[in-house]
Design a binder for this molecule. Sequence first.
Ligand code: UTP
Length: 295
Amino acid sequence: MKVKKAVIPAAGFGTRFLPATKAMPKEMLPVVDKPTIQYIVEEAIDSGIEEIMIITGKAKRAIEDHFDHSVELELELEKKGKAELLELVNNISDMVDIHYIRQKEAKGLGHAIACAKTFVGNEPFAVMLGDDIVHTEDTPCLKQMIDCYDQYGSSVLGVQTVADSEVSKYGIVDGKQLQDNVYSVKGLVEKPSVEEAPSNVAILGRYIINPEIFDILAETQPGKGGEIQLTDALMELASKEDMVAYDFEGKRYDVGNKQGFLEATVETALRREDLREEFLAYLETLVEKESVKQK
Ligand code: UTP
């Protein structure tokens, strides 16, 4: 069955980014001049997704407003003859059919995904975390995973190998390599210590999941951190049916984390033709000055 729907959970508190996220969703933090969540919506569209559901929560109105028409702004830009900006603003609201549902309490990623049950129905669907951007030169990350789904027909976890020091931040795959970039998933461990980790293959914010997950989520008890963990439900799904992990090509940024956000900002600016030259010159001078200070 074709993967046509994507769910973007964006209802977390974003405590790692306080105070910025007190009244503004972290998914709206701009990377250069575009909110994080727009990069993700664009990746979904470029991967062939036709319908998106964003899981929102308290203080998340800005997300809905961002993807809606802003009549006053459009009139103002038209009046001032700013055609390019007008097109930019209009394109955002015309991108794709976006639905919203509120997760009334932030009880964890698994609980957030369970809120999308009616929207998803009985189809395989994509999950794209609202604070994970993946930059690719060619095929978008989600498209690579959809191609993998089309080949195997089982749920697909988007993974990459991480350093030992990083394994305790992610869901880690216990698997067997099937091809260069595909593993069959035997089990999963949520945020293990290096000693407990079965591998260094980490789930990084992109999933394609069969709808059987919803019955499992309905029974999943709170796990690590008292939250209903998606990884726990996926573990159960992997014990019932085949599941693969796909090592995608691309640079992934965890924008919900300060270091990840800064890396995404600097590297995105350096990829932009209109900014690169001046910004690079600034960085070079800055680095020189800073290294003199350190001596
Ligand atoms: P995170 O764990 O990165 O988000 O969840 P968080 O809880 O907001 O982050 P911190 O640790 O407090 O800074 C990954 C994604 O899942 C969403 C988040 O919005 C984020 O996009 N999420 C998380 C939900 O939608 N609901 C939840 O209950 C938890």
